[in-house]
Write a protein that binds this ligand. Structure first.
Ligand SMILES: NC(=O)c1ccc[n+]([C@@H]2O[C@H](COP(=O)([O-])OP(=O)(O)OC[C@H]3O[C@@H](n4cnc5c(N)ncnc54)[C@H](O)[C@@H]3O)[C@@H](O)[C@H]2O)c1
Length: 286
């Protein structure tokens, strides 16, 4: 996709990875609309972008609210006329072991990390289709959407959902000339380690104080968001579906697949489970 002259709507655009992606799109000549819950950070972000590009807009938007996302889409159309690229990036993190995570915190993270992406896709797909110029969705998942760690169950549940949802969207939207990528970074130097403080219980969930400082240290040891921003835009231009940013993490994906293969082999070796391959529908034809 040639992003020059296109309009990109970016959630969680006031800081971290979202702002870095916005800067990279702007550097390639795209208009950018930043959507975020943090009004002060939005203003600062817009000021930092205005130096590089004139066409920047902002809108207050909680992606966990369908009404907010619809209003943000209206504001973007009012400002730029059309939207081509939607980056469903806003996200939060909480840790949580089984039986220890308050249900209101579970609902909070699902509303933002999963429903926020769903609202972005449902609201913007008809708008992108309506102008006929094609478009693109980037959904921010994580390496946490590919491999799981026992202390982070709520985060993994939402990020695996974003990976699976994006895989389903890819072939669906290709028919309408709309590309899809799923961004899957490991640690990136942002403020994500503080995001649980906005959760209903305002606690570090299962992390506790000690866990909080460990999270802070690992996040701060991560790669620069600017690198993720540049690489993301390059992957959109190349229409690359999985946007990975940490080559060394591939070993964990391999380990997961080995586990799947081993358990699949057990199923395949059991005569009672033998099936007729030709009788199974091909998923893309259903
Ligand atoms: N930083 C990492 O190590 C890392 C790794 C993998 C994936 N991610 C993902 O990257 C995305 C961006 O996170 P980040 O690391 O830049 O964190 P960040 O906290 O620096 O930025 C997130 C931004 O989203 C905004 N936001 C939070 N809740 C929102 C809501 N309900 N509606 C709209 N905006 C909201 C925040 O105000 C903030 O500006 C998230 O989806 C996160 O899960 C981050």
């Amino acid at each position: 996709m040639d992003v020059t002259g296109k309009t990109a709507f970016i959630t969680g655009g006031a800081s971290g990875i979202g702002l870095a992606i916005a800067k990279s799109f702007a550097a390639k000549g795209a208009n950018v609309m930043l959507a975020d819950i943090n009004a002060e950070a939005l203003e600062e972000a817009a000021a930092s972008l205005s130096a590089a590009v004139a066409a920047v807009g902002t809108v207050l938007c909680d992606v966990g609210s369908e009404a907010d996302v619809r209003a943000a889409a209206d504001a973007t159309i009012a400002r730029f006329g059309k939207v081509h690229i939607v980056v469903n990036n806003a996200g939060v993190g909480i840790g949580g072991r089984a039986g220890q995570t308050p249900i209101e915190d579970w609902k909070w993270i699902v509303d933002i990390n999963v429903m926020g992406v769903v609202y972005g896709v449902e609201v913007f797909t008809p708008l992108i289709k309506s102008h006929g110029e094609g478009g693109y969705f980037v959904n921010t998942a994580s390496m946490a959407g590919h491999v799981a760690n026992p202390a982070m169950a709520p985060y993994h549940a939402t990020k695996f959902a974003v990976v699976g949802y994006s895989e389903a969207l890819k072939d669906d939207l290709a028919r309408s000339n709309i590309g899809v990528s799923v961004l899957c970074p490991a640690w990136v130097r942002t403020s994500i380690y503080k995001s649980h403080l906005n959760s209903p219980t305002e606690k570090a969930s299962a992390f506790g104080e000690e866990g909080f400082s460990v999270m802070k240290d690992v996040v701060e040891s991560g790669i620069a968001p600017e690198l993720v921003g540049d690489w993301t835009v390059e992957c959109v231009e190349a229409d690359r579906f999985y946007i990975f940013t940490h080559p060394s993490m591939a070993q964990y994906i391999d380990m997961r697949h080995e586990q799947i293969r081993a358990d699949y082999a057990a199923c395949a070796a059991d005569a009672r489970l033998a099936d007729e391959p030709e009788s199974l529908p091909i998923p893309s034809e259903i």
